[in-house]
Design a protein around this ligand. Structure first.
Ligand code: PRX
Length: 625
């Protein structure tokens, strides 16, 4: 693991907020409380905290105890009295090339108006609101409007389908659903309202759907239940005066579903106070946000990366962000590079899968564009392979822009292992834990592993932006994250550390599959397959894939008497796409007669995987048959 170090250029170090990472790190590791409260002091609080942490009911930690705030006050209101008032908050470009920009003043106004619209439908503090939209400005506005009035947003990624959306509406008991008529993806319309209708019809909860008109397709609007966003925003109820609800630091901000080891997706709950401090600090230091920067996180607001680093982190820092609606290679493979050039993007944050996807088109596409505005690059979602790292670094960054390979999770709220601009890099390593975060790698008995050995990645101390619980399932929160090593947070990832203290994350050790950086549970794919009338049992595994990182392979036992045809394989693939979403479509469906199981009936996916890879399945003493 000893490798060439890539040292940051002088240009980058000179500009960086933090020049001596080691010094900051040492003091923050020695006294996390001092570090975090110092950062919290840079934000506005309606009332300051009495205590930094309450750990009396661990692992249900509380931070900034007794403080009052509202994250949107710091995202919007504080900027209205500074030079940021007229600064661009977001530049938005559609797949077809239409553009829009919105200043902090205008965003504050739109959010306030929509907050009043939500109030007029009876939405109040603590209510959950589901948001299921494409990558449009209104998605950000809807999230902020919920937060402003103390409602809890639950954003469901616009690539999910009916059953996935339905399940999340049911679990969150959302009465209000905000959606779009459709969204664009590679020139085609994704019919979001149709899926929203199907999901709402399956659910007993939704009594209001607010629909943004984006693609102007023919959609069914149910009288009394469905309303057009633009019509509501023209009505007197949409007054532009709506003060932010003053909330307790621990009041919930949002829930976001993610896939876990077993069963249904779980809703990770984040709060106003701690999450605000974590996202503000991490973005400021890692992507080194300066007033004049144009920053582009090319994720979807519907995932944690978008929540933390398109919506909240950038606004808290008063940044100018780019949002691009469509596919990176539409209409040509240089779409992203043309955006970097056109808007003078300084910081670009994306995922290894996107880098690999663009790399395969060759260097000529990026070379057509002046990418010299770039100063920092970022990567997230899965380990980045050294070949993609080097291409990103050399071809996109002209060997001058350090890559911030940020390791974190929906649960952590913010970057946990990450370089900073001044830290020497090794391709494929996120370097070291963020200041104030104590991590380790343990064997199954809880002993730290030696350098170079693989083990379970854990976090040893609570941090402000950590999840507070799984919504409605405190027990699962405790058992899933805190039971293997009492007092330590279990990440579910395996990792190694090298002799320089650099961390190398290898991947998930549980039944979570990362497909193109998207997190999917084997259980979700399997239950979608089993919901098809021809399927008796199913198993899903992740197999290495050059572009996507992992691809989904499935094994299906058919109901007696059903013919195992090629058509049926295709039908099952489509069925998973329809129930969960196109990202969950298996790459392969294989019909088999039995599945390897333990005596207690658990599917041994590692045996299936070893077989598919042609490897030795290892210890199979617990195999039933
Ligand atoms: O396995 C790790 C991988 O993504 C998981 C978290 O997924 P999710 O909650 O969807 O959040 C993704 C965006 C923050 C982790 O458990 N992962 C994320 N970033 C990296 C990574 N693996 C290696 N390197 C990374 N930089």
């Amino acid at each position: 693991m000893t490798q060439k170090l890539y040292n940051p250029s002088q240009k980058v170090i000179e500009k960086a907020h933090i020049k001596d990472w080691n010094k900051l790190n040492e003091s923050a590791q020695a006294d996390p409380e001092q570090f975090w409260t110092g950062m919290a002091d840079e934000l506005h609080w309606h009332k300051k905290w009495d205590k930094y942490i309450d750990d009396t009911n661990a692992p249900f930690y509380k931070f900034f105890v007794g403080a009052q705030t509202n994250i949107t006050y710091n995202c919007l209101d504080v900027h209205l009295t500074t030079a940021n008032r007229n600064k661009i908050a977001y530049i938005w470009e559609s797949e077809q090339g239409e553009t829009k920009s919105v200043s902090y003043f205008a965003l504050h106004r739109e959010v306030s108006k929509f907050s009043n619209v939500l109030k007029s439908f009876g939405v109040k503090k603590g209510d959950r609101v589901t948001i299921y939209m494409g990558r449009v400005m209104e998605q950000v506005i809807a999230m902020l409007a919920c937060a402003r009035i103390g409602a809890v947003h639950s954003v469901v990624y616009g690539g999910f389908s009916t059953e996935a959306l339905h399940e999340r509406i049911e679990n969150s008991q959302s009465k209000v659903l905000i959606t779009c008529d459709g969204s664009y993806q590679r020139g085609k319309v994704v019919e979001l309202k149709k899926i929203a209708n199907e999901a709402a019809d399956r659910s007993g909860y939704v009594d209001t759907i607010i629909c943004v008109q984006r693609v102007k397709n023919e959609v069914e609007m149910v009288a009394g239940r469905d309303h057009w966003y633009h019509k509501l925003m023209e009505m007197p109820i949409a007054s532009s005066k709506c003060e932010a609800e003053i909330l307790d630091a621990e009041d919930p901000l949002f829930m976001l579903y993610t896939s876990g080891t077993t069963g249904k997706p779980k809703a990770i709950l984040h709060t106003h106070g701690g999450y605000m401090v974590g996202t503000y600090t991490s973005l400021k230091y890692v992507f080194d946000i300066h007033d004049e920067d144009r920053y582009w996180c090319a994720a979807d607001p519907g995932w944690i990366t978008g929540h933390s680093y398109i919506v909240y982190g950038p606004l808290l820092n008063g940044a100018t962000s780019m949002i691009y609606e469509g596919a990176p290679n539409f209409p040509y493979p240089d779409r992203w590079w043309s955006i970097v050039e056109k808007y003078g993007i300084n910081i670009l944050y994306t995922a290894p899968t996107a880098i690999r996807g663009l790399m395969r088109y060759g260097d000529a596409w990026p070379r057509r564009h002046d990418l010299s505005s770039l100063r920092l690059l970022g990567s997230v979602g899965e380990p980045i392979n050294p070949e993609a790292w080097r291409w990103y670094y050399e071809t996109i960054g002209n060997s001058e822009c350090p890559i911030m390979d940020t390791w974190w999770q929906t649960e952590t709220g913010m970057f946990m292992i990450t370089p900073m601009p001044s830290v020497p890099l090794k391709p494929g390593s996120g370097t070291r834990p963020f200041p104030g975060i104590l991590m380790d790698i343990l064997d199954d008995d809880g002993n730290p592993v030696a350098n170079g050995e693989e083990g379970n990645l854990v976090i040893k101390n609570p941090w402000p932006s950590m999840m507070r619980t799984i919504y409605g399932d405190d027990e699962r929160y405790k058992t899933q994250y805190w039971s293997k090593y009492p007092g330590y947070y279990l990440t579910g990832d395996s990792a190694k550390r090298d002799e320089d203290g650099y961390y190398w994350v290898i991947g998930r050790v549980d039944d979570v599959i990362k497909v193109s950086g998207y997190r999917l549970g084997t259980a979700e794919i399997e239950s979608a397959l089993v919901s098809h009338p021809s399927v008796a049992e199913a198993a899903a595994i992740g197999m290495p894939h050059e572009l996507k990182g992992n691809a989904i392979y499935t094994y299906v036992i058919l109901v007696n008497g059903v013919n195992p045809t090629e058509e049926l394989k295709l039908e099952l693939t489509q069925h998973v796409g329809k129930e969960v979403g196109p990202i969950a479509k298996p790459q392969s469906v294989e019909f088999i007669d039995s599945l390897p199981k333990t005596r207690s009936g658990k599917i041994m996916r590692r045996v299936l995987k070893a077989k598919a890879l042609g490897e030795d399945p290892g210890n199979i003493s617990t195999l039933d048959d």
